[in-house]
Design a protein around this ligand. Sequence first.
Ligand SMILES: O=c1ccn([C@@H]2O[C@H](COP(=O)(O)O)[C@@H](O)[C@H]2O)c(=O)[nH]1
Length: 236
Amino acid sequence: MNTQPIIALDFSSKKEVFAFLTQFNEPLFVKVGMELYLQEGPSIIKEIKAMGHAIFLDLKLHDIPNTVKSAMRGLAKLGVDLINVHAAGGSRMMTAALEGLEEGTVAGQRRPALIAVTQLTSTTEEQMQQEQNIMTSLDASVINYAILAKNAGLDGVVCSVLEAHDIEKACGKAFLKVTPGIRLVGGEAHDQKRVATPNFAKEQGATQIVVGRAIVQAENPVVAYHTVEQLWGGNQ
Ligand SMILES: O=c1ccn([C@@H]2O[C@H](COP(=O)(O)O)[C@@H](O)[C@H]2O)c(=O)[nH]1
């Protein structure tokens, strides 16, 4: 799997995406999330792919197994590199997602890697316990979801940097640990609660980092991207 920093294209229109991407003269690894996909639809994926960029389609599917399987069957045809579901949907739903992806992947193409969101990086332990009524530590809940995802045959998880080391111990080095909540030293956390720097992500065994506002809202996004890239340095 590509280890370039994944840039979160949290924009609501094609126009903003292209204005952002044309500042770069190199192939990137970008993330298309709900905001952009729901505004622009599947054509945005085709257009970004045509520009030569790798894509993480971050739709975080969470529904009954049959619905998720059918949705994944269709999404597989877009030919993205990485895609996800919520682990809270359960192991049957995760297995169904994988089956849908396998069925939908065009012959001769590689199946998108499938990962599961554990606990969102905007969630604190207190919030998880009070609102989700999960009475363990946040770390234990994330590890539980990671093991569930691994046993369902998934390729990895979305977690924060703070859990990456323990997931590596439980699920192995090759299991993807895709970590949002990345900030440069002194950067504003915004709505994120479990944040870390790119260099700490590397130390903790994250396999990919996802960076949105620290790059997209920087005065010079290209400089910010290369700063992040240098601190991160890849992990494989
Ligand atoms: O647990 C999660 C899962 C997904 N995300 C997504 O990553 C980016 C992070 O953006 P920043 O601006 O760097 O905070 C965003 O698109 C989220 O939807 C996450 O943050 N946490």
